[in-house]
Design a protein around this ligand. Structure first.
Ligand code: FEO
Length: 394
């Protein structure tokens, strides 16, 4: 994708990956993604902020050449993950004088992941600054924006924050600045849910730290550049807060209809109590959509039949992911069915150990649900309602 000017002498030089459909061989990318890289031309020195995925490194090099960047003094590595660092060796081939600026932890990881030589690095600490002549870069150490070595870079004079993955979105677009803000919001929320939700408490602290800075533009490493910085910062404050919504997330799978009948009954019972229900048929759902729903919900109910004495593998996968993503839900339960026995309930609840939830009385049915079983589901809906009421969200 062609280079574009953000401000005088500051250019986007990254790449769209329109047709990428999976990240980390795990995360669905319905809208593709971008690898954003930026070049800052100072009066004395030039700096590149992050590189791109190796698959797109030729586009980055072409953009730098098109802009007439004859000398590159610094490559700022905010993050060691290869979708941003993977192009660094090629950039260093093209600009052999360039030094990589990063923190000590990131340096170690880049040496291990990319086999870069130690003499090519300049290491920085929190709040260290580097001058490009008429422009100054300040480095903000912000570990665990999903990896331990992450940092942010702040361009002081123009008040631009380059936060790498933080505030990003997997959204390929020809627009540098978005016009469809609701779409960007949803995409950024999905990105947060899939990548950063497990680090919610750490990110809260990073948001607090950023209050010290006047920020006019946020230029992340994926998706659009934000001029409306309040939109994305306020969204992150909301997502990372302890507030939950009057919602039940209901990932389910059913083989012969028993569990499905229970799910349908529970959905109706919750709707009658004016609780928002978000069911996800695990044989069809995009796990990214499930992750997004987990950002706000107060309660998670997993519904599964019993297969070979345990939960259905699709339900086990959903439970595993939910546990790994550590959503802020307060309550959880399990509903489902079995034919002759098994340890489905113990196994699925055993997979949710990371969640700080109260486990509400499960409803496990032998065979097809009876009137009495539907009564138990009504009781579960009432228990959820009472809990939500007790925390003031009904
Ligand atoms: Fe976009 Fe953590 O890399």
């Amino acid at each position: 994708m062609a280079a574009r000017e953000i401000k005088s002498g500051i250019f986007y030089v990254g790449s769209n990956h329109w047709d990428r459909r999976l990240f980390d061989e795990l995360i669905p990318l319905p809208d593709g993604t971008t690898y954003n890289s930026y070049v800052i031309k100072g009066s004395e020195k030039n700096a590149l902020i992050d590189s791109v995925d190796p698959e797109k490194q030729n586009e980055l090099i072409a953009n730098l050449k098109d802009l007439g960047v004859g000398k590159l003094h610094y490559i700022i590595a905010n993050h060691a993950e290869q979708d941003h660092s993977g192009g660094i060796p090629e950039v260093m081939e093209t600009f052999p004088e360039a030094k990589v600026i990063t923190n000590q932890k990131c340096k170690t990881m880049l040496m291990e992941l990319l086999l870069l030589p130690e003499e090519k690095f300049i290491t920085v600490n929190d709040k260290d600054k580097i001058s490009l002549g008429d422009r100054t870069l300040e480095f903000i150490i912000a570990p665990w924006v999903h990896w331990p070595e992450t940092m942010l870079t702040y361009l002081q004079e123009e008040k631009i924050l380059f936060p790498c993955d933080l505030f990003g979105a997997h959204l390929a677009s020809s627009e540098l600045y978005p016009t469809d803000l609701p779409r960007v919001y949803e995409s950024a929320k999905r990105y947060y849910a899939e990548i950063m939700m497990p680090f919610r408490n750490v990110i809260q602290k990073h948001l607090k730290k950023l209050e010290e800075y006047s920020i006019e533009i946020i230029a992340p490493s994926h998706g659009p550049v934000h001029k409306d910085t309040d939109l994305i910062i306020d969204a992150y404050r909301d997502w990372t807060s302890d507030k939950v919504k009057n919602e039940v997330i209901l990932p389910y799978v059913s083989m012969h209809g028993s569990t499905k009948k229970m799910v349908e009954h529970l959905i109706d019972a919750l709707i009658k109590k004016r609780i928002t229900v978000k069911p996800f048929n695990l044989t069809k759902t995009d796990i990214g959509e499930l992750a997004v729903a987990l950002v706000d919900a107060a309660t998670i109910v997993i519904a599964t039949p019993t297969v070979l004495a345990g939960p259905h593998p699709a339900a086990a996968y959903a439970a595993y992911l939910t546990n790994a993503l550590r959503p802020k839900a307060r309550y959880a339960s399990v509903i489902g069915s079995f034919g002759w026995g098994g340890k489905m309930l113990e196994q699925i609840t055993g997979m949710l150990g990371n969640l700080k939830v109260e486990l509400l009385e499960p409803v496990i049915v032998k065979g097809y649900p009876t009137t009495s079983d539907f009564g138990s589901l009504d009781k579960l809906a009432s228990a959820i309602f009472e809990r939500h009421k007790s925390i003031g969200i009904t």
